[in-house]
Ligand binder design. Sequence first.
Ligand SMILES: Cc1cc2nc3c(=O)[nH]c(=O)nc-3n(C[C@H](O)[C@H](O)[C@H](O)COP(=O)(O)O)c2cc1C
Length: 245
Amino acid sequence: MNETIELLKSHRSIRKFKGERLDQATLDELVRAGQAAATSSFLQACTVIQVEDPARREELAQCAGGQAYVADAAAFLVFCADMKRHRLCCDMHGAQMQSGFTEQFITATADCALFAQNVAVAAESMGLGIVFIGGLRNRIDRVAELLELPELVYPVFGLCLGYPDQNPEVKPRLPLEVILKKDRYDDSQDCERIRDYDEQVRQYYRSRTGGNKDMSWSEQISGMLIKEARPHMLAFLQQQGFLKR
Ligand SMILES: Cc1cc2nc3c(=O)[nH]c(=O)nc-3n(C[C@H](O)[C@H](O)[C@H](O)COP(=O)(O)O)c2cc1C
C-alpha cells in the first residue's frame, strides 16, 4: 500500500542481536520519535530509562526470567508510567494533586504504550530489530528498586533494540473478521474462525522450530490463562501510588 504500512506489517520480534552498538544520537532521535506520539490530555506521562550499566542490565535480564537479550541488546529502554512530574506542576502552583485514580493509571499506561510503539517503529524503519520485555514485571519490585523509581512511577515494560542477528518469519495475526466488528459486538462465528487460524499458527510454529513446537493459538492461550497472572501487581501498583480509587 505504502512504505509505512509495509513496514508495520513486516514487524517481527527480534531476540538475537549483533554486537554492533547504537550511537547516542540515534537513540536520542528514536526517543524523540516516541515523544511525538499522541498523549492523553497532553500529560506526557512516560519516562524512559536507558539502561547502560552492564551489571544493572544483567540483573534486569534475570528479573525478566533469564532473557539473555536484555543484557545483550545494543540498547535497553524501560518505559515508565510517570505521574510524578505532574505532582511537581501542582506544587509549582501551590495546588494539591489528587492522585491514585484508576483513570490516571490507564492514561499513563496508554501513553507509555503509544510512546514505545513509536520508538519501535522508528527503530524498525532504520533496520533495527526490537522486542518488548513484559517479563520485567515478574520481579517488578526489584526492577523499581534497581532503577530507583519513586512514588507515582512504575515500569510498564522494557524494549531491547539492536541490529538483528536472526531473520524470523512474520507471525500470523488473527483474521480481520475476528478483531474488526461492524456496528455491534458479534462473535457468533469466532470459534470457527479461530479454528482456521489455529492451523496457521501451528504451521508457523512447526516451520519456525523445525517441527519441534506443534501448538495452536487457542492451545497456547488456554495454557497461559489457566495460571495466575502476576498476582503481585495490584499491591505493587498501590504501593507506587496507583490504583487506589
Ligand atoms: C508489552 C509486551 C511485552 C512483551 N514481553 C515479552 C518478553 O518479556 N519476552 C519476549 O521474548 N517477548 C515479549 N513480547 C513479544 C511478544 O511475545 C510478541 O510481540 C508476540 O508473540 C508476537 O510476535 P511478533 O512480535 O514477532 O509479531 C512482548 C510484547 C509486548 C507487546
